[in-house]
Design a protein around this ligand. Sequence first.
Ligand code: ADP
Ligand code: MG
Length: 357
Amino acid sequence: MISIRHLSKTFNNPDGSVITVLKDVNCDIDKGEVISIIGPSGTGKSTLLRAINMLEPPTSGEIWVDGENIMEKGYPLDKMRRKMGMVFQSFNLFSHLTVLENVTFAPVRLRGLSEDEAKEVAMELLKKVGMSQKAGVYPDSLSGGQKQRVAIARALAMDPEVILFDEPTSALDPTMVGEVLSVIRQLAKDGLTMLIVTHEMRFAHDVSTRIFFMNEGVIYEDGTPAQIFEHPVRSATKAFVNRIQKLVFEIENDDFDYLQIHTGLGNFCIKYNIADKIEPAYVLIKEMLFNYMRPYRPLTLRFTHAELSGETAIDLMVEGLKESPLPKDESLENVRSKVKQIVEEPTVRGFRVKLII
Ligand code: ADP
Ligand code: MG
């Protein structure tokens, strides 16, 4: 359905310097595919989406859609825009129009639907994204997650062949990420063709037919989710997909700020969708800091989460320590019963206790 050949995009900066953001992008996208584009920031993911729908006209290359090169001079852009919907990080709803009007606006003007037809279609789509009850309100009264669901309904209202999503959940409060992802999951099930730039690794893994890993302006590696996440071939891909999110606290002495740890941990778990770990983590950290490891100061407390494997761990590191601070007897049972595994290991600079929860 879409073929991209040797696509490049160069920006001329005001100071005269030139930056090549897309170098030589090539790919084919079939109807019904759900492709997640992942990669470090600044590698051209947004630019690629904006180039594909000509919001940011490419410098050179070809973009074939349904057998026509849309970069050819004279190709009608409105025809291309009807085929491609776009959902942005920042929603971009019209604030002076109601939810319903946001969704009917383009179909009436660009698809030539009557007001009544457009309303009927819009109400159906709002129902699909769980927003039909808010049809009459203005976007300002909606939460971020609700705005983004309306933006998705608005894109669907043009009956596009493909929807391009640019980090649809990045601007959202962590508690609202789920509702937007589940709408996108449903669209994937319906067989809609989608290109999704996302940082949500688990989601990308579960929902996609293919993954593009972008790095330094090219599609550096592509493959099925299993290939990219479980068996990446190139080293930069490996490093990216196996990256671990960390929250670190230095405990200098006994009057450390426990409230800060408590709050930080709660926010971290919500952000990475592991709210179920909050309670056990609180209990274990308290137990370690105030009981077993009380004599060991300073120590470094790290809370880690590997997004892809889902492994979450509490890591306590004491410099200069030669052996485990934990008791060998059954008094540790109250900790053991709450963890998957306890790892006690010497490190280059001291000793680490790791609780995998
Ligand atoms: P990503 O979405 O992967 O984070 P982007 O596509 O937004 O990356 O940006 C890639 C690079 O292109 C960045 O270095 C960015 O500064 C640069 N860039 C993006 N848009 C413009 C622009 N309009 N003018 C100049 N440089 C730009
Ligand atoms: Mg971006």
